[in-house]
Design a binder for this molecule. Structure first.
Ligand SMILES: O=C(O)CCC(=O)C(=O)O
Length: 361
């Protein structure tokens, strides 16, 4: 079984992605037909470089470098701010009442935009001795159109060549404002994602859907952080009634003291083909195809912020989707049976909005 899977991983790389370790880099936007033929239908990522010819000729690329512009435009806006002790939202952490792991979501606070910026700028990891949090302004529920409407004239409302190829407008447009302390753990989404960086840089690790067994997707009990402004402390509360979330177990950047343990627990990831490493710079767009696993880190601009917008388009639930579900339902060679039957996913391993336990069990 392992060798069949290994053949699949290398075949997909050769047939779809070629032999390079880099994803395609385009210097002019594709036509809708090129996007459809060479990328969308092949479930193949690419990056659209920043150049005079790209579509990112948005007012945002200059205006959003000024925090005072943003504060002025958003002076009466309320935005969603995600608070976590160490910058890892929607990720695995130790369940406080046992020695096992749980899936922890951030404390989400509705706040004025100026308080959100103060919180992001004042972020420092909680050190366990009291105080400290990491703030990330984001919400994967169309937050750009819902909460940042005052900025709507600064960017395109859709990515025209994607809209034409896909045959519909984006389902959601999300804004992400954070700094180097925030990290998004490996997951996949059931959307075609056009991810545009406006300031700073985003660093993606990408793996094709066929590498699903290398992610060790397992079910973890759901929990969420509750932050007290009074004490500056976080409490991790298990959800009640209990709910299980299937999530990728692999941490691609383990601490030196955990590295050996991680490598022996997740050998298919650590000993298999390397993920594609992609840095998306200000003014660039990444096409992140549906169901690709991704892990995201960021480097801020000179004032300490990374700002990005992504457009989520509905994916086609077609034969590729059916094959993928079938593949994921196959017991992996290394897994006990109870972990391996994560079949028929209609939802995302990572998008809280769509995670419903009943879909997975
Ligand atoms: O930018 C991030 O931190 C995460 C982005 C992401 O996961 C997505 O666009 O699906």
């Amino acid at each position: 079984m392992t060798s069949n899977l290994q053949n699949l991983w290398s075949e997909v790389r050769e047939l779809t992605l070629g032999t390079t370790s880099q994803i395609d880099r385009l210097h002019t936007p594709p036509t809708p037909l090129q996007f459809l033929r060479h990328y969308l239908s092949q479930n193949k990522p690419f990056i659209l470089s920043a150049s005079v010819a790209t579509t990112l000729q948005w007012p945002a690329t200059t205006l959003w470098s000024s925090t005072s512009y943003l504060l002025h435009r958003l002076s009466s806006s309320t935005v969603s701010l995600h608070l976590t002790p160490t910058g890892n939202a929607d990720s695995l952490t130790l369940n406080p009442s046992s020695t096992s792991l749980c899936f922890a979501s951030a404390h989400v606070q509705k706040t004025s935009f100026s308080d959100a910026i103060d919180a992001i700028n004042g972020s420092c990891k909680h050190n366990g001795l009291g105080g400290g949090f990491v703030a990330y302004a984001q919400q994967q529920n169309d937050c750009f159109r819902e909460e940042y409407g005052e900025l709507s004239g600064d960017i395109d409302s859709d990515v025209s060549w994607a809209t034409e190829a896909i045959g519909g407008l984006p389902d959601a447009v999300n804004l992400w404002i954070g700094n180097e302390l925030s990290e998004t753990s490996f997951h996949k989404d059931h959307y075609e994602n056009l991810y545009a960086v406006v300031t700073g840089e985003k660093h993606f690790l990408l793996l094709p859907p066929t590498d699903v067994h290398r992610m060790y997707v397992r079910k973890y009990p759901a929990a969420h952080y509750i932050y007290s402004e009074e004490t500056g402390e976080f409490k991790l509360e298990m959800e009640n009634p209990p709910r299980n979330v299937p999530w990728c177990s692999v941490n691609p950047y383990p601490s030196p003291e955990n590295k050996e343990k991680e490598m022996s627990e997740f050998p298919l990831y650590h000993n298999g083909p390397k993920p594609f490493e992609v840095t998306v710079k200000a003014g660039e767009i990444l096409y992140l195809p549906s169901m690709w696993f991704h892990h995201v880190r960021q480097t801020p601009d000179s004032r300490g912020l990374t700002i990005a917008v992504n457009y989520w388009y509905d994916m086609q639930f077609d034969i590729k989707y059916a094959y993928f579900n079938f593949l994921q339902s196959l017991p992996a060679p290394h897994e006990p049976t109870s972990h391996s039957h994560l079949t028929n996913e209609n939802a995302s391993d990572g998008d809280q909005k769509h995670i419903e336990e009943s879909t997975f069990l």
